[in-house]
Design a protein around this ligand. Structure first.
Ligand code: PGA
Length: 242
């Protein structure tokens, strides 16, 4: 695991964007595993700039997002499909039909999960998976539990997660209670993982995830088992690593 800590946001974003751009240079048909949340936004912004400057192309790439809320109407401002379109896809040359986000409005959610895994199986493995981490150690919406699902599944969101995400909704009641998420097994199949964490409030969980015991009670700790993880932290998030 390679851990890098950054003093300033511009360097954090430039490093994350360069990793993705380098992959696309060596492998234009790369399969990207993408994440939402506030942390990757600056990296997506930097990638848009690089695309506009002719420094990177996504024309042949494809992408699979980690998760999507269940039940938000299509086009809802907080759906992860809308997020990805607005923060990245609408501003680069990726073919929209090559971008995949689970359908949280599928009539049969279980079938949607099976279909998502089948696509990942057929088109994967993911070359580079971007991840954030929740205060409770979740990755995607894989919440701490006695056991974890390997594949894509419908997850019930913990109160801690709903409260953290309430900042994006009018009230806590508006935050969906369920989401479709790739499982920890699917995430760990990626060839490389890029974990992004910013903020002092994440310092405790970063320490637990990266240096603590490997346990399903901290899903991000399973990343310790992966052979190729790059971690980008700001100083706040890295403050307890020593
Ligand atoms: P954040 O979310 O990037 O907004 O901190 C990460 C997560 O909860 O998975």
């Amino acid at each position: 695991m390679n851990i890098y800590t950054f003093k300033n946001e511009a360097d954090f974003n430039a490093t994350g964007a360069s990793l993705i751009a380098s992959l696309l240079h060596t492998k234009p048909r790369a399969v990207l595993g993408l994440a939402t949340g506030s942390t990757p936004v600056g990296i997506y912004g930097r990638l848009i700039e690089m695309y506009q400057q002719g420094l990177v192309s996504f024309a042949k790439a494809s992408s699979y997002n980690l998760d999507e809320y269940v039940g938000l109407p299509e086009g809802h401002s907080e759906s992860y499909r809308t997020f990805m379109n607005e923060k990245l896809f609408n501003h680069i040359d990726i073919q929209l039909e090559n971008t995949h986000v689970p359908n949280g409005n599928a009539a049969d959610l279980e079938e949607e999960c099976v279909k998502y895994d089948a696509m990942l199986e057929q088109n994967g493995p993911v070359d580079l998976q971007i991840l954030g981490i929740g205060h409770n150690g979740h990755i995607g919406f894989n919440e701490p539990d006695d056991s974890l699902d390997g594949g894509t599944h419908v997850a019930e969101l913990q109160e801690k997660t709903r409260t953290a995400n309430a900042r994006f909704f009018p009230s806590l009641d508006d935050v969906p209670k369920h989401a479709i998420t790739m499982g920890v097994g699917s995430i760990l199949k990626a060839k490389q993982i890029l974990l992004l964490v910013r903020g002092e409030d994440k310092a405790e969980i970063v320490k637990r995830a990266l240096k603590g015991p490997i346990t399903t009670q901290c899903p991000a700790s399973l990343l310790q088992c992966h052979p190729n993880v790059v971690v980008l932290l700001d100083q706040g998030a890295g403050r307890l690593l020593g």
